[in-house]
Design a protein around this ligand. Sequence first.
Ligand code: GLU
Length: 510
Amino acid sequence: MERKVRVRFAPSPTGPLHIGGVRTALYNYLFARQHGGTMILRIEDTDSTRFVPGAEDYINEALQWLGIGIDEGVREGGNYGPYKQSERRDIYRKYVKQLLDDGKAYLAFDTPQELEAKRQEVANFQYDASTRLQMRNSLSLPANEVQRLLDAGEKHVVRFMIEPNRDVVVNDLIRGVVTINSSILDDKVLYKSADDLPTYHLANIVDDHLMEVSHVIRGEEWLPSAPLHVLLYEALGWADTMPQFVHLPLLLKPDGKGKLSKRDGDRLGFPVFPLEWHDPKSGDISSGYRERGYLPQAVVNFLALLGWNPGDDREMFTMDELIKEFSFEHCSKKGAKFDFEKGKWFNHEYLMNMADDELAQVFKPVLAQHVDPAQFSDEYIAQAVGLVKSRVNFVHELWDQARFFFVRPEEYAEKDIRKRWKPETPDIMRALIEVLRGIDDFTSQNSEEIVLGWIKEHEYHMGNVMNAFRLTVVGECKGPHMFDISQLLGKDETIARIEAGIENIHLIEN
Ligand code: GLU
């Protein structure tokens, strides 16, 4: 029988969610939605020493910003809660006891100092079948001594007893069958009495089982843990309902081999976190995609293609399209290079595809940092951004490109004056004003026809006249088509700017 698809994203709240973690969440979400399944957000906070305040809220906010919906979780609720591991102590205790009672795990009393001494003494020491009887644990110590230590409240851990020399088979939807020999595994710590909490391995397995997780989709860095997890499912008697493993390819540095790190982002100037992060301890601020001006749809599209491809050369995908098309067959085993320039390209494409009125709404907060947007109609703002959007990758860059639609030039670019403002220019500009005054239909095409006709008729220098015109209106020789600008500004404003230019631009002799 086909299993109901239930997947989980299981971050540890030890800091801001890394962009690689976001991709893991996204792939879980796509797979869940594709199969009408359930997406769980489980907070894996069993390592109290690494807990960072604010990290859980950050995770929620980031997923929400990106449109990665959660069906069951701390905020959403659900029938399999609690969804935070630190609230599930009683549950884990029961399974620790089961493993101990079944002889699949044992108590170990070795102190950190004793373990360290052993490591010094034996090169490549591993706590396993070949060494465990030399250590202080319930297998090597007499039963009454174990009891005495427990009664005395001696700190201890519970270790998983790995049976040596067994081939452990991990079935992975991307990597196929991976077989390893159990002798390379150590007797992992499953539980620590010091904080009465299980370690990641046990909590993760118990929860995946109890939450009826069908597919464990996570980063490649967890692949080495998978054989241990397989053995744990068996030891707990859950081999029949073991989830299907899927280990996603690593995200690699943009310029070389190795895993993408925060340092690469600092070094090459791109964020590795979805949202800006304010470190509560150091006060450091790490930049985020949202604050840098990325659109969530662009980030989703960009991340989706880091490790997955549609099988052809299409690149633009909405979330709904991704849900339809996504598949593990088209995920690569090889790591995916983090091409952040491509991320910018995606953002540009999404800005280009956005309707002008929608883009205008996104731009308004930026505009408000410079002028009062209420002075301008929505229609006006939309047309202005529509004329310049092809020149930007980010919304905040629109101001630089469109500012002259909202404020008159306060100064004029010197290099353009040098090049275009000739002794005869003021007179020609005065004549231009008269020509413009006479135009009734001030639309781009019509004004262009009339003005260019007038320039030709008088045999003026086309480049100089048009650029001088632009200089008075824009303040420099850049921007979209001149007559699109004059149409949007309107006749009166265009003429007023030329007048101001004649007044304020002074000839610079070369
Ligand atoms: N808590 C682990 C992490 O932080 C979860 C790994 C897994 O998905 O099993 O990524």
